[in-house]
Design a protein around this ligand. Sequence first.
Ligand code: ADP
Ligand code: MG
Length: 464
Amino acid sequence: MEKKSLKQNEIFASEEEKFLSWSEVLISFEKKFGTEIYSSWLKDIVLIKEYNDYLILGVPTRFFRDWIVSRYLDKILEQVKTFKLTLNRIEFKISEEAKSLSDEGLKQGEFNGVAEIKDSILNYNRLNPNLNFENFIEGSSNKIALSSSKRICEQLSRYNPLYIYGGVGLGKTHLLNAIGLELQSKSNVMFISAERFMYHFIKSIKKNDMVNFKDFFRKSSVFIIDDIQFIRGKEGLQEEFFHTFNSLIEKSSQIIISADRAPMKLDRVQERIKSRLSGGLIVDIDLPDYELKIKIIKKRLEDIQNEFKENCNLSEEVISYIATESKTNVRDLIGILNRVIAFTRIHKRQLNIRDCKQILKDVFNQAKVITVDRIQNTVSSFFNISITDMLSQRRSRPLARPRQVAMYLAKKMTSRSLPEIGRRFANRDHTTVIHAVKTITKISEKDEEMKKNIDQIKGLLLEE
Ligand code: ADP
Ligand code: MG
């Protein structure tokens, strides 16, 4: 699907130079990132200046800028490129206009005390009625996670916390949501992503309103927090989470947590938190096996049949092909299936295996594209610094080392030349890149920590 929209825009861009309609771009952000991220971080971005190959965007505060740059820059660039293909860079500035936009949001009572916290949280964290136990399909990769989740609902505090971990798209959020749905009639359920928790935490600090924040989160009897790995490297947030966690446990509230890795593998998280997280039951979800993939495909076809009364049969051969070739996760599997279904709808006929291979050619054969942008993004968020700082001329070690690591990886993992890499690092000379490569090679030969960091970053780049 991505490919297709790119093509459309190639045509678009080859016309005479286009100017962006920023409001359309914003609408597309909401679609791409979801309402939660959009309204927390992206809606106040303003377009300050537009050049042929880059944009200057305005955001309300430094904190916003760092947060957006470290987490969403790649995707934002990718998205605006679908409007204007010639863009290859985005710069952020702190802007008065963006600031007044977001102050207005505050004035309109988005955040004036418990009731509002509650409203805004409910708005963003409403449980999704479609992610329930009935439509969660059991397989050997998720059997234990599923049964533990169900057992928690029957007997609270049996394990506390319940900690579910696994890679992206394997059903963690689905299970957490299902637990929330199941318990919401009899308990005071709080369901929140760690990212969102952080957002409220920061807002409360800024508004000097920590009392309400603490009360609010500590009064739930079931506290469900998704993607806890977000707290890595964020000391203040960890401190607050630790206290929230303790006071919940003290009053026997049930805690359910998801993460992308086991508690002990959460680097840059305080030991005492890791040990708390390991204090209950830890279960993992693995990649779906062939059998589960087949079940998921068939269930989805059945649902479509029932919901739209439309015949959308796929042959056993096609189903088996999709299940065999889709090797990543359930979310991707569903995406692939949707693509095939869209095709049968358009062409109003059953697909044969050759059509299917054709449609999915680019999906299954797509090599991981590692770009300098992605490396810069991943490295800066790994070391918890902003890209702007990483690319700046400052020479302090906490900035210089990550900068060198990023240059090193750019040389090792992309086919860019040394001068090209230099240019991408705020127009540095190619000799600087050579120096960085040498330095990091030398350090990682001797220093275990550095070697480990580099391996981890490589892992992140390859798995994304
Ligand atoms: P995670 O939180 O682990 O990244 P999600 O819970 O968001 O993953 O799952 C990704 C998508 O896959 C969701 O649409 C979810 O409903 C679906 N999904 C994952 N596992 C299953 C399953 N066992 N049965 C049905 N749907 C599943
Ligand atoms: Mg999730």
